[in-house]
Design a protein. Structure first.
Length: 570
């Protein structure tokens, strides 16, 4: 009977999970604002992997085949998992949908672990409190809109994995090695999932570390925390270091102009907590925050603030994330580096969902402390019903791709179609090389050969024409200058008849190659930029260190268990 009474509550998080992603099962990949951009990104990422790029850095079919260094800057985790899943499902939309389901499951597990670590008690009430946080998080309208209305799958992925980093931080005090490994892995996953969410998560980790561990006199804890953060940065160095260093070579500034200027995107506070806007989080969020304020006030009056320290921390961050969505915060947006890249202040709703989920679980644990199992279970079920009702307005408005479009997707997402139709992977040209003339790829877009122009006209025989590896032969009586249908970018290397040859940038921002008279075999190949290659080694070494620490921890744990057995037998 006891097992059955525990089994039912334990299944409720998975019920919440199924409700939150039910349209994915019934409708397939959703028709949100950016559905075509998302699918093109996955298609190009998969093509890059198949053609030998790992990790990918160049989308070879964008801009009519001129290519784009988008994957140096666009966080790779979601598109990588979607690419792998597309192999299993046999289609890119199917793989992208399966990836969303996988990360939703990770969100459930990571949030549950986070709250269990925060509560640190194995009572029925605190187990229920960890599930409360799961219900609020996975059914949060903002996360649902990320999937079904915005197709902001990179941001959604980062929000799903970020609780792992905080969970690792919380258990470092009890299990330093295991906690440090989880902190490093969670931070690395968040960085490679979404650049901007990673910045917020990093700030949360640093602040939480100060709140939780600052009073401690154990220097070893701080060494573990700093080392774990450093290891997480090392694991993800292959992505974040080049993306920062090379950002001046692309048009990132276009993300901050016109309608994407954050100054023009502040919304009335009344729009935050309704159901009319895709960024609104419904009425449950202010209700939870109001209850949390009451809990904190009562605890203050009873001088019990120590036991709700994490609740106060999470509640304060909720207020910060709300404040950053108001015009009163313009001073901060103007002066904090990288803040304008968020474009829309309402993007703080994502971190707000994370912080408020913690608040919901911690407040529930305080309110139902000492209550009977039946009372706790009834309170949990009522809260789950409220979460479902709060999510339902957005869930029911989700729409599938038109059937006519779905039937054509296998053709649309082919590399040749993306190239010939000039399909894009972003709303703007923010990952177009800065020195590229935006329209030249439409004017001079060769279909069969990778050469846009030859002066003088030259006979060309193409032996290989992939996006980043071109081999061709020429035979001419006079020297020639070839204008290649590829953007110039660091990493291009050229050999003519086996000897290294310089590549030049022309007035259009594409590559020029000067050829001598006579027969020539030309090999033009794009390698990852030097910093990407160097940082990839840093990430590989960091991964090796991570695995060694895990192995040593496992061996030590098994050794400890073997020593305990004889004592228990005595």
């Amino acid at each position: 009977m006891a097992t059955r009474s525990y089994l039912l509550p334990g299944m409720l998080p998975f019920l919440a999970l199924i409700v939150s992603i039910l349209p994915l099962f019934t409708l397939g990949f959703p028709q949100g604002h950016d559905w075509i951009f998302e699918l093109v990104r996955v298609a190009e990422f998969k093509t890059a992997m198949v053609n030998g790029q790992f990790p990918p850095y160049w989308a070879e079919n964008l801009y009519g085949g001129y290519g784009s260094p988008i994957f140096l800057f666009y966080a790779p985790l979601y598109v990588f998992i979607s690419s792998l899943c597309s192999i299993l499902t046999g289609s890119i939309p199917g793989g992208s949908t399966l990836a969303l389901i996988i990360f939703s499951l990770i969100a459930v597990l990571s949030m549950k672990l986070l709250l269990q670590a925060a509560l640190d008690k194995k009572t029925f009430g605190n187990e229920a409190a960890s599930r409360i946080a799961v219900y609020f998080f996975i059914l949060n309208p903002y996360l649902i809109c990320d999937i079904f209305f915005r197709n902001a799958n990179a941001e959604f992925t980062a929000l799903c994995v970020s609780p792992l980093a905080l969970y690792g931080l919380l258990i470092i005090g009890r299990k330093p090695r295991f906690g440090g490994l989880l902190l490093a892995a969670g931070l690395a996953l968040t960085i490679t999932a979404h650049n901007l969410t990673a910045l917020i998560t990093f700030a949360l980790i640093i602040t939480a570390a100060l709140v939780i561990y600052l009073p401690t006199k154990r220097i070893s804890i701080w060494i573990t925390i700093i080392g774990s953060i450093g290891l997480g940065l090392g694991l993800s160095a292959f992505f974040w270091v080049p993306s920062i260093y090379y950002k001046s070579l692309v048009r990132i500034d276009q993300m901050m102009g016109g309608k994407f200027d954050f100054h023009n995107q502040f919304q009335p506070i009344t729009s935050f907590f309704g159901y009319d806007r895709f960024f609104a989080v419904g009425l449950l969020t202010p209700l939870v925050l109001l209850i949390a304020f009451g809990v904190i006030w009562v605890a203050y009056c009873r001088k019990e603030l120590t036991c709700i320290k994490l609740n106060v921390f999470a509640f304060c961050f909720c207020l910060v994330f709300l404040f950053l969505q108001t015009r009163a915060s313009v001073y901060i947006w103007d002066r904090v580096h990288y803040m304008p890249l968020f474009q829309f202040p309402w993007r703080m709703m994502g971190p707000l969902a994370l912080a408020t989920s913690m608040v919901a679980g911690l407040s529930f644990a305080y309110l139902f402390k000492g209550k009977s199992k039946n009372v706790v279970f009834c309170g949990e079920v009522i809260f789950l019903i409220f979460c479902i009702m709060n999510a339902m307005p957005h869930l029911k408005d989700s729409t599938p791709l038109p059937e006519s479009v779905s039937r054509q997707l296998p053709y649309i997402l082919r590399g040749e179609t993306i190239k010939n139709e000039g399909l894009s992977a972003t709303v703007l040209d923010e990952y177009l090389p800065r020195f590229a003339y935006p329209d030249i790829w439409q004017i001079k877009r060769p279909q069969a050969v990778p050469i846009a122009n030859s002066i003088p006209k030259t006979d060309i025989k193409v032996l290989n024409n992939s996006g980043t590896h071109i081999i061709f032969e020429t035979n001419a009586d006079t020297p020639a200058r070839l204008q290649m249908a590829r953007w110039f970018f660091p990493g291009w290397e050229c050999t003519i008849n086996g000897e290294s040859h310089n590549v030049e940038i022309n007035q259009f921002g594409s590559i020029d190659i000067s050829l001598p008279a006579g027969f020539n075999q030309v090999i033009l190949k794009l390698k990852p930029p030097v910093l990407r290659r160097a940082c990839l080694w840093i990430s590989l070494v960091s991964l090796l260190v991570w695995c060694v620490i895990l192995l040593l921890s496992t061996i030590k744990q098994k050794h400890s268990d073997l020593q305990i057995v004889p004592q228990s037998l005595l």
